[in-house]
Design a protein around this ligand. Structure first.
Ligand code: SAM
Length: 281
């Protein structure tokens, strides 16, 4: 039984990192005039109200996205994310927050295809309402990892996949890596953005080791933690494995990480570098 609802956490520090990098990848990949598949294995509700009872209950956005909007001198990496936040909140009050489907729909061109998987019945209905009828866009109430395997290789021969589970089921730390490795073996040129929380360091280390041994190449690792590792303290940070990142990501990330760490007052480990380097030609 799934109980995770992203509305409680929308706009938190993990969303800021994930959504900034996802929007950056999308902006990069849509520069090329060729169709793209945007695949979201764990879509959530799509768009969030930061003034809702759920969001107010945790106040996580106050320590997340609300600390970065309006801050001077933003780095290039977060420009696409900030532009979307500004366009959704023209009054500057930051009450509307884009989940990954809203980012995908804002960045997708007419020729792109968007596939959104959401297993939770309530979230799926919210997502359907948000998306409405839209060309080249499908919402599936089904397992996103099965969807990832079913849709690779994509007919477009270009893909940006976001894999963003809630890790409610502990075996997900293994199954996501297996699914990404399998999808990659079917389609090694896709860009895969795989999110992970930092709750217990041992789980992250084991996940990284699994990915390293999986055979997947060109894996860029990014992590931003709010507090030092501490078991039993909940999520102290989060990270992303980006398979086949835009070549501009490694050069843009350093300044972005410093700026984000300052803005979010991050006091934990921060890292960006290759987990598995690309094969040299
Ligand atoms: N990606 C969203 C975003 O960035 O706005 C947030 C997604 S939230 C972290 C994870 C979502 O995955 C939850 O809404 C949950 O119901 C859904 N979920 C959990 N297991 C799933 C599965 N096997 N397939 C598809 N969705 C799943």
């Amino acid at each position: 039984m799934l109980s995770y609802r992203h509305g409680y956490h929308a706009g938190n520090h993990a969303d800021v990192l994930k959504h900034a990098v996802y929007a950056f990848c999308l902006a990069y990949l849509t520069k090329k005039p060729k169709p793209l598949l945007l695949l979201d294995t764990n879509a959530g509700g799509g768009l969030y109200d930061l003034e809702s009872a759920e969001a107010r209950k945790t106040g996580e956005a106050d320590a997340g996205v609300r600390r970065i909007v309006g801050r001077p001198d933003p780095p290039d990496l977060i420009a696409p994310y900030l532009a979307l936040l500004e366009s959704l909140n023209p009054d500057g009050l930051l009450s509307t927050y884009p989940g990954s489907p809203a980012i995908a729909l804002a960045g997708a061109r007419a020729e792109d295809r968007v596939a959104l998987y959401e297993l939770h019945g309530t979230e799926n209905s919210v997502l359907e309402q948000f998306v409405g009828a839209r060309r080249n866009t499908s919402i599936v109430k089904g397992d996103g990892l099965e969807g990832l395997l079913a849709l690779t290789p994509p007919r477009e021969r270009r893909m940006l996949a976001l894999i963003d589970p809630s890790y409610e089921i502990k075996t997900e730390y293994e199954t996501v890596v297996q699914a990404v490795a399998k999808a990659w073996s079917k389609f090694p040129t896709g860009t895969y953005v795989l999110w992970r929380p930092v709750i217990e360091r041992a789980r992250v280390d084991a996940m990284a080791e699994r990915l390293r041994r999986s055979g997947v190449k060109s894996v860029y690792d990014i992590e931003l933690c709010m507090a030092p590792d501490a078991a039993g303290r909940g999520m102290t940070g989060s990270g992303l494995y980006v398979v086949n990142p835009p070549y501009t990501l490694p050069e843009a990330i350093d300044r972005a990480m410093r700026w984000l760490a300052d803005a979010l007052d991050a006091g934990g480990p921060t890292y960006a570098g290759w987990l598995v380097p690309p094969d040299r030609p």
